[in-house]
Design a binder for this molecule. Structure first.
Ligand code: PEP
Ligand code: MN
Length: 342
């Protein structure tokens, strides 16, 4: 249920609507928009007795939200959300880039990668200090030492850090260094982790689970928004299908669908979808053509020596080419949207 306020509704009127919703035993979520504020109601099992709310001063209309994800839905918030991180925007306009190695490596190697990433004008550095690995014998990440290195890189190059938070216990430590908390594909439905991260001030990059439906992914995002964190970026990283020539299948259709269903920005991860570096560029172009707001790409000065995911990691020249191609596709996409609107 969504209570849409008049354009000139006062703060007192909005507060009174919130109080009335609480009085009914439900939770109000004020959603300020460019034109007007709407108050989303959650916690109701069936339709709220709408007349109670519709008759309050300043209320324009009370409408039902048909989707199970309420706060994430475009029905509740028509304008696209822009997640801002230290002066850099994700969503709502220009294509954004996040690049770096799969794992945090030694301090020297990280400085070299960060320098290359920063030189390409990429404002966000990705690298995992805590790694979710299929094998317990594989490199698990530098953990605390990795966080220290990320902090040093951040200070030296002014890059914004995107890094994964793997468990509830490490949320505080990771959040103290990360500009954006990554929730990995394997944790998309770790509800305890989602609830804890929802209480953090950091923006969140929520990866789609390899076998998750779009609706499950959006419901996972709903945990973050309903828990108080609206700075959420969705990330399509490929799903598991019967296609056998790539690590995963980049679900390009999901990017287009999610842009229509939700106001949240969507970035694509062509690296984990491809699993092979030669497919990163074409998948990146496809994602941009489908409407992605940004790309997160595994890149390294020497991919063959990367400590994890080297096969899908591209070198810095290759990264420069992918960025240039993506920007060219973005221009085409903008022209396409303008001409289809005519
Ligand atoms: C990663 O970003 O390195 C990673 C582990 O990704 P995913 O959770 O998508 O597998
Ligand atoms: Mn990886």
């Amino acid at each position: 249920m969504l209570v849409v306020m008049n354009v000139d509704a006062t703060t007192e009127q909005i507060d009174a609507v919130c109080a009335a919703i609480r009085g009914l035993g439900f939770t109000p979520h004020p959603m300020p928009g460019a034109q007007r504020t709407a108050v989303c109601v959650t916690g109701n099992q069936g339709p709220v007795h709408r007349d109670v709310l519709a008759s309050l001063p300043g209320v324009r209309e009370v409408i039902s939200v048909s989707k199970p994800y309420k706060l994430v839905s475009r029905e509740t918030h028509a304008e696209s959300t822009v997640v801002r991180v230290g002066g850099h925007a994700i969503g709502g306009g220009a294509l954004q880039f996040i690049a770096g190695p799969c794992s945090v490596e030694s301090e020297d190697r990280m400085m070299r990668i960060a320098e290359g990433v920063a030189a390409l004008g990429v404002p966000f550095l990705r690298a995992g200090a805590y790694k979710p690995r299929t094998s317990p014998y594989a490199f698990q990440g530098l953990e605390q030492e990795g966080l220290r290195i990320l902090d040093a890189v951040r200070r030296r190059f002014g890059l914004r850090i995107v890094t994964e938070v793997l468990s509830e216990e490490s949320v505080e430590a990771v959040a103290s260094v990360a500009d954006v908390l990554q929730i990995g594909a394997r944790n998309m439905q770790n509800f305890a982790l989602l609830k804890k991260v929802a209480r953090c001030a950091n923006p969140v990059l929520l990866k789609r689970g390899a076998s998750a439906t779009v609706e499950e992914w959006l419901m996972a995002a709903e945990y973050l928004l309903s828990g108080g964190n609206r700075q959420v970026i969705l990330c399509e990283r490929g799903i598991r299908t019967f296609s056998d020539q790539t690590r995963n299948t980049l679900d390009v259709s999901a990017i287009a669908a999610v842009k229509a269903l939700s106001h949240l920005p969507v970035v694509a991860d062509p690296s984990h979808a491809a699993g092979r570096r030669e497919f990163v560029a074409p998948l990146a172009r496809a994602a941009v053509a489908a409407g992605a707001d940004g790309l997160i790409i595994e890149a390294h000065f020497d991919p063959n020596s990367a400590w994890s995911d080297g096969a899908q990691t591209i070198d810095l020249d290759h990264l420069a080419a992918v960025i240039a191609q993506a920007r060219a596709y973005e221009r085409l996409h903008v022209e396409e949207n303008a001409s289809s609107a005519r």
